[in-house]
Design a protein around this ligand. Structure first.
Ligand code: NAG
Ligand code: NAG
Length: 365
């Protein structure tokens, strides 16, 4: 699973940092009203990052009947979509969602509704017909998309409570503080069985570029700061203990360079770069999230086979290209439609891929 996806999910829920919580209540307001026997098991069992992943229940297409499914709270649900008439083209739409058969009178279902052009969400507490209004379509392309593919409906499988608790588990991971660092270490310990020991000083190595060769590998790990949380989730979903990697390249004059993806340019865009070693190293030393860097030289036998000319050709062809979900996501998805780690599926990934501006917003704060 990709770190970008999780960010997207946070964005799905309108939790872009800086905007604050848009949820109707805070979990701490609710837990005390629950019986103690109930609230502790809820706290202990329901929060894992997986609870944050929306579950695709279906797509509602206008004029094509309704879809029905079983929710987490309401066992009987039905949705249909109608266009509202504008001057010539449909101006917007109304989604009618009927909930029935609640399994308890205190539960609620939380839904995310998405087209590649928008993501919105709503929650339902009572068994009746609810409406969700799309005042207008963003552009003709969105109208065309909805006509053909409809609006995708996702259920948050653990409901409001589970989702909030999951966020509470995840949000501290992004804090650039001891609190954030401890949250990351605790997460890796709990979910990956990782253990950490504090290194003795000195914490800076001195690396002589002459000792580094083309093909040598840099494995980077951050456990705090803006990327710390992403890297923690990345480690968890890939099973690796590095959240980011880069490769060393030497040119014909013997100068050392680093090829790296996800490097921020002056415009704040994430791109692929090949930059001088000194510049890379200086950025690493300046990084206030204290990255841990391992320099892993190639085995001499492998180095002998490493084709530096081909590596440089490839690096030059990629340099300056944007780097984002489209790269990330395909590194862990095997096929277009199948074999996603549950509870992900092609619908969720498809919608996520298009929501990249959300990540940029998040990183700008
Ligand atoms: C419309 O409904 C039919 C039958 O329920 C289904 O086979 C078809 O895929 C639907 N079309 C769209 C565009 O969703
Ligand atoms: C190394 O790569 C270059 C460029 O792709 C190619 O022309 C050359 O034959 C390769 N050398 C070896 C030894 O494979």
């Amino acid at each position: 699973m990709s770190r970008y996806l999780l960010v997207l999910l946070l964005c799905f829920l309108g939790l872009g940092f800086g905007q604050g919580f848009k949820v109707p209540f805070r979990v701490n307001d609710v837990l005390p009203v629950l019986p103690r026997q109930l609230s502790w098991p809820v706290l202990n069992n329901f929060h894992s990052a997986v609870d944050l992943l929306p579950y695709y229940v279906g797509s509602v297409t206008p004029n094509n009947g309704s879809i029905d499914w079983k929710g987490a709270c309401f066992y009987g649900n039905e949705a249909r979509l109608e266009f509202t008439e504008g001057d010539r083209e449909p101006a917007g739409g109304i989604l009618y969602l009927k909930t029935s058969d609640a399994h308890s009178w205190t539960c609620m279902d939380l839904y995310v509704f998405a087209t590649p052009y928008r993501v919105t969400w709503d929650y339902y507490f009572s068994a009746r017909e609810h409406t969700l209004k799309f005042d207008s379509w963003e552009e003709p392309a969105e109208l065309e998309y909805v006509k053909q593919h409809g609006v995708s409906v996702f259920l948050m499988p653990s409901g409001m409570m589970g989702t909030l608790l999951s966020l509470i588990d995840i949000l501290p991971l992004f804090s650039n503080s001891h609190w954030g660092q401890n949250a990351n270490l605790a997460f890796l310990e709990k979910h990956m069985g990782a253990t950490f020991e504090k290194r003795p000083q000195p914490w800076h190595a001195t690396i002589n570029p002459e000792d580094v060769h083309s093909g040598d590998f840099l494995a980077v790990s951050k456990i705090r700061g803006r990327w710390g949380g992403f890297e923690t989730l990345e480690k968890w979903v890939t099973g690796a203990f590095a959240g980011h990697t880069a490769v060393c390249l030497k040119d014909k004059e013997g100068n050392l360079w680093v090829g790296e993806s996800g490097h921020e340019n002056e415009k704040g865009e994430e791109i692929i770069v090949v930059i001088p070693w000194d510049e890379w190293w200086e950025l690493a030393l300046k990084d206030d999230s204290n990255p841990q860097i391992a320099l892993l030289p190639l085995h001499p036998d492998v180095r002998a086979k490493f084709n530096s000319t081909a590596a440089w050709e490839y690096a030059r062809s990629m340099s300056g290209k944007p780097y984002g979900y489209h790269n990330m996501i395909f590194s862990w998805i095997d096929t277009m439609a199948d074999n996603y780690p549950p509870p992900l599926d092609a619908h969720l990934v498809c919608v996520s891929l298009i929501r990249f501006t959300c990540l940029l917003n998040l990183c700008a704060t």
